[in-house]
Ligand binder design. Structure first.
Ligand SMILES: C[S@@+](CC[C@H](N)C(=O)[O-])C[C@H]1O[C@@H](n2cnc3c(N)ncnc32)[C@H](O)[C@@H]1O
Length: 212
């Protein structure tokens, strides 16, 4: 029997600890600003995968106010927070779902966004999810994944962790980091066009692709 992969994100303490330090993660504002540039002006529907407290979705909706959105997460704490953030905004629907499983029927989207979430899935599931995302996009729709990716060496991994206040002993055991090249290759194989890493600082990267 294979052991279940570690994922601590359904713990209230784990989610709260992240929310307290979310604003202080080095360079994240640059990555978020880069992601905003790739959301098409004509976007009508947005899907945010692993939305947390809805931070990224709020930024994107601030730039694109006339949009409908679906926000997906499985952490009870995060679901409470995102529901609180978008209370009174009927154009945002919050869906509780474990992304280890195939996405439920959610309709079609012009932009699928995600930040620092998909690296909590095992590699095989990451790739399968990328293919599901392709299937959910309208023609011209984009997938923008601001992601935590693998370093090219243990030394650089250690340096990155130090930069964000962790060590190899204290880093999140839920992380299943994968290099940029493999993920860009998968997106191309799946059929995405204009696949690129548009921004990167150490282990934080913006991976994106567009459905023709
Ligand atoms: C580092 S937080 C990022 C949250 C938010 N996107 C942000 O940028 O602040 C990772 C998020 O992914 C969610 N997550 C991790 N594994 C998940 C899974 N298997 N299914 C659904 N959500 C998951 C966590 O609950 C958490 O909200």
């Amino acid at each position: 029997m294979t052991a279940k992969p570690v994922n601590l994100w359904t713990s209230n303490e784990h989610a709260r600890d992240y929310l307290e330090r979310a604003d202080s993660i080095s360079h994240r504002g640059e990555g978020e600003a880069a992601l905003l540039e790739f959301i098409p002006p004509s976007t009508g529907r947005i899907l945010d995968l692993g939305t947390g407290d809805g931070r990224l979705l709020a930024l994107v909706r601030h730039a694109h106010p006339d949009t409908e959105a679906v926000a997906v997460d499985f952490s009870p704490t995060m679901l409470d927070e995102v529901r609180r953030r978008f209370a009174g905004e009927p154009s945002v629907r919050v869906v509780a779902h474990n992304m280890d499983e195939s996405l439920p029927a959610l309709g079609k989207f012009d932009a699928v966004i995600s930040s620092f979430a998909i690296h909590h899935l095992v590699h095989e599931r990451k790739r399968a999810l990328y293919a599901e995302i392709y299937g959910l996009l309208n023609p011209g729709g984009v997938f923008c994944n601001l992601e935590h990716v693998a370093s090219v060496s243990p030394r650089l991994h250690q340096e990155f962790l130090e930069n964000i206040g962790f060590t190899v002993e204290t880093e999140d055991p839920s992380n299943k980091l994968l290099d940029v090249e493999t993920q860009l290759g998968w997106l191309r194989e799946i059929g995405f066009g204009e696949v690129d890493c548009h921004w990167k600082w150490r282990e934080l990267a913006l991976l994106a692709g567009r459905r023709a």
